[in-house]
Design a protein around this ligand. Sequence first.
Ligand code: GLU
Length: 486
Amino acid sequence: MNEVRTRFAPSPTGYLHVGGLRTALFTYCIAKKAGGKFILRIEDTDQERYVEGANEVIYRTLRAVGLNWDEGPDVGGDYGPYIQTERRGIYKEYAEKLVQLGGAYYCFCDKERLQELKAVQEASGVNPMYDRHCRNLSPEEIKAKLDAGMPYVIRQKIPLEGTTTFHDVLYGDITVDNATLDDQILLKTDGLPTYNFANVVDDHLMGITHVVRGNEYLASAPKYTLLYKAFGWEEPMYIHVEHIMRDKQHKLSKRDGDASYEDLINKGYLSEAIVNYIALLGWSPKGEREIFSLPELIEEFDISGLSKSPAIFDPLKLRAINGEYIRAMSPDEFARIAEPYIRETCKGDFDIKKIAALLQPRTEVLTDIPAQVDFLDEMPEYDLSLYENKKMKTNRETSLEVLEKVLPALENITDWNFDALHDVLFNLIAEMGVKNGYLLWPVRVAITGKQFTPGGAVEAADIIGKAETLSRMKRSIELLRQGANA
Ligand code: GLU
């Protein structure tokens, strides 16, 4: 069997949509699973859409997620160039060849004529299609126009009758009447090919065996089949995948702010988790397992697990998967990536590793972190109603009483550390014959001003330190006394 060669062929828009990244991932997995080659090709023939620096966004993103290409623009390969605008001459050559083979023709119609035609067709409710005005020009007429330097395009010569069938792995055989197909433009007046032509020429010349792409190309696929036939080339295997949806009705779009890889990174997701999650959008592994590293994905991946139903992007699921990746990290690694997020709200001289250790089991997304540690630098303003906790059976009075007992016990600690704090507080709990929460809840509120903190009273006191803990305790006792008198 031939070597499996797949390609990811993005257009440089400056933005890598998660749908594109998913296509790249599936494409990569198909090649790697078969021990084949993954190729990157930049499809930049639409010059109007050109965005400065957009190729770099593609390179950077693919490298960040580990989808390294075997052949491509900056690494080279035997089938280059891999940037379509650098292949201009190749398309012209093949377009002319196709004219000779009877699969295409020169068209000299100008914009005005075409616009008029379209307007008339639209007004009479017909699907706009080229009326094949230039399809039967004689060789002499063509030569004269070319010699006169008339601008031209090259169009595909679709058979006027019959049907065309192409095969897609997910959709099966699709047959269309040739009469419904437009004599589409293959080579534009600027000498550059349309996507419709370039994808066929390049996939063939680059020896591509499997094409994964969005199903917006399904409707054009029969025309590509006809091009392959006209050239006498063998078609690759097609896999058209469904869009990623925000909900049942709407595609996940740039406007939603979480449609690109970079959006998700900025929202605090980890690269590995993003890749893992998007693999599950439209592909199902055989068993129940859902967490896969990239090498595991390659191992597990099978085309038969792909689905043609639209996948809905579920941010909660992505969060959950991200949380799993965070929990699986080594404490040091987590501390390293958490530090900038901790530092957003916590500037003081704290033991970052200790804070990170508390955060690691409680963080799903890195951007959750700043709000979790915002009480460390300074005691926040808080409402005394926080002391009222039904489950802990506490209220302002019980809290004041507890804090007045805890304060002197804490003042007596000489070696301030987690174990010492733990012993002192739990001894007091035993002495008073109360439930843990009855004492620990008010202490936590008194020194953090918050209902939810990473870790409880002991952890908070340990990190904040003796002087600050005592000063917060005193201040809170003061507030409770005032509250009681009010
Ligand atoms: N350049 C096309 C796009 O970005 C690629 C489609 C394909 O993979 O053939 O949509």
